[in-house]
Design a protein around this ligand. Structure first.
Ligand code: AMP
Length: 588
């Protein structure tokens, strides 16, 4: 397929935000695409080359892209930077520059989607000292043959700023229409996506084998399953109302969720956001076979830092010491962990997702032989508020966050947050009732003791409807000196010259960041706000929501992707929940 066809499609997609129109444009594009190419087209639509869990990142810096544009157009760097500063993004700037140039030269060769994809793939795989030169060579060779419109999208993909605003569900709607004749079949595609986390693969199977193929889509080892998530409850009573009067209660450990895939000697670990985190836990890789009796397996566990002498659980932050590329062995011995299994999703060729919780737990107990390193998450069956309260007390005393309450006859619902699993945390009972995970979008420089670091951070929630990060509050309390140093360091490579277009904030920060880092915040209340953009117009016209007295809890949620942070909808639910409590108290 000619890349011009894809670029033209992208342009039309950029011009609309309406879901129906986007679906229609996708259907038109898919109709022109061969089944062999469909997976690549689907990845490119999402601005990717492969599914996220493979960790293939283009990682081209703006500076290098500017140099490449200059090299292929013969236009000085300074002029390109000027054009960039005038507005838009670097993709638009390059397109404008090449438009001027294309009036004097002509395009030599048509470029195909296959060629663009392969070149981008080579760029992503380059490593080592000469890689910058090679990247430049590849980029400028593509730009040499690209029309201005093609250059615009090649650069956007390269820089990771292609934002067509197309949700995964919209892609699946379009695939279902194109290859099965009706949108009604999307559910089958969704199921396949939830068990593979690979939209390209789902597209390929649908295009090649139709509905039958997708309905028989199997769980496979080393393809991560999208995790099942829990709803929150504020009290034992609410839990009983939601899941009945007999269910399982498990300790909610304060560590990192790890999805463990293993076949023969190969082990791969995925985080909650399905990033490959195998290198952070060599101890899990080394010790797994001693505890597990199965050849091929997918398990879920919580890795928790422990005090080696007492065996007590330590807070989540202790795991952050392992988030490093070098000297991981030292971190492993300095910050030991235990791995605590809580679910089994696949064993020796068979998916366990449709088994009931009680059957999966039984199976897990036969597969895991516990030892010093590998444990089963403590579980008990509870039938009334007192029993839950008792077990909650035990869990808190052992250094856990609270309880996970699980319906006994429920299947594993990959990728879903529902009321089959509930979380009950102790701190839910006070003030706002829950902590929020928010994305750091900007910062203000500190004064006094905080000079040279950021004194206050600007935080956002995630709006999944618009795929943006609307501001929710500024936070300047709860930070120790060590926190401030660590945050300054972590944020240093996220600084951007201009506000990322996905950030929605009226407040002007001193520094803007790529919306990537997620931190945990507690607050006393959620209030209406004329300034902050979260839930704008949802409760009142021209008014958003903001946190009152926000405070950093000390937890940097490295395991969470920005899209996993608290959503506008969750903030609205908390706001409404809090109003209900106030009304209830007034009635008393
Ligand atoms: P939250 O991040 O607050 O939404 O809570 C869900 C997280 O709790 C999961 O992603 C797991 O990392 C963690 N967790 C701890 N203990 C358990 C458990 N027994 N079952 C399931 N998840 C658990």
């Amino acid at each position: 397929m000619e890349f011009a066809v894809l670029a033209e499609s992208f342009k039309r997609m950029e011009d609309t935000t309406k879901r129906l129109e986007l679906t229609q444009l996708l259907v038109e594009l898919f109709k022109k695409t061969s089944p062999e190419l469909i997976s690549k087209i689907v990845y490119l639509i999402q601005g990717k080359l492969r599914p996220d869990f493979e960790g293939i990142e283009l990682g081209v810096a703006e500076k290098l892209a500017i140099k490449a544009i200059s090299k292929s157009s013969g236009i000085p760097i300074i002029k390109i930077e000027d054009e960039y500063r005038k507005g838009g993004d670097l993709g638009h700037a390059a397109s404008k520059i090449l438009e001027q140039k294309s009036q004097t030269t002509f395009v030599i060769e048509d470029i195909t989607v296959e060629r663009v994809y392969e070149t981008l793939y080579k760029i992503a795989k380059l490593e080592g000292t000469r890689s910058q030169d090679m990247k430049m060579k590849y980029i400028s060779s593509l730009l040499n043959d690209a029309s201005p419109l093609e250059a615009r999208f090649i650069l956007k993909i390269l820089l990771g700023i292609l934002r067509l605003g197309i949700a995964e569900n919209t892609v699946m709607d379009a695939l279902a229409i194109s290859y099965t004749g009706t949108k009604e079949n999307r559910e089958s595609l969704e199921r396949a996506y939830n068990v593979s986390s690979d939209l390209g693969k789902v597209a390929e199977v649908t295009a090649m084998m139709g509905l039958r193929g997708i309905e028989t889509f199997q769980v496979t080892v080393f393809n991560p399953i999208r995790p099942m998530l829990a709803d929150r409850v504020k009290s034992e009573k609410e839990a009983i109302i939601k899941i009945g009067n007999k269910f399982a209660a498990e300790y909610k450990l304060d560590g990192e969720r790890v999805q463990i895939h293993s076949k023969k000697d190969k082990v791969i670990l995925f985080s909650r956001s399905l990033e490959n985190i195998t290198s952070y836990y060599p101890d899990i890789v080394d010790n797994l076979s001693k505890a597990i009796k199965a050849d091929e397996i997918i398990l879920e566990a919580e890795a928790v830092a422990i005090n080696e002498d007492s065996g007590d659980f330590l807070p989540f932050q202790e795991l952050m010491h392992r988030r490093r590329k070098h000297k991981i062995e030292k971190a492993v011995s300095q910050y030991p962990i235990t791995v605590n299994f809580f679910d089994v999703l696949f064993v020796d060729g068979k998916s366990c997702l449709d088994l009931e919780y009680s059957e999966r737990r039984k199976l897990l107990e036969t597969i895991v032989s516990e030892n010093e390193f590998a444990k089963l998450v403590p579980m008990t069956i509870v039938q009334n508020e007192n029993e839950i309260e008792d077990f909650l007390e035990n869990s808190i005393n052992s250094g856990c966050e609270g309880l996970m309450l699980k319906m006994l006859d429920a299947p594993y619902q990959a990728g879903a947050r529902g009321s089959y699993w509930l979380k009950l945390k102790r701190e839910y009972r006070n003030e706002l009732g829950d902590s929020l995970d928010l994305v750091v979008i900007g910062a203000f420089f500190g004064r006094g003791r905080r000079t040279g670091r950021y004194g206050t951070l600007l935080l956002a929630a995630y709006d999944d409807e618009t795929d943006t990060f609307p501001s929710l509050c500024k936070v300047g309390t709860g930070f120790t000196d060590e926190d401030l140093d660590q945050l300054y360091q972590l944020l240093s490579d996220k600084v951007t010259l201009k506000k990322n277009p996905r950030i929605n904030s009226q407040m002007e920060a001193d520094v803007w960041f790529e919306p990537e880092l997620v931190i945990e915040i507690v607050a006393s209340e959620i209030t209406l706000s004329p300034i902050h953009k979260t839930a704008m117009n949802a409760i009142r016209k021209n008014t958003g929501l903001a946190l009152r007295f926000p405070k950093f809890t000390g937890k940097i949620r490295m395991e969470k992707a920005p899209e996993d942070s608290s959503t506008s909808e969750e903030v609205i639910a908390l706001y409404k929940g809090q109003k209900k409590v106030i009304q209830d108290t007034k009635q008393i």
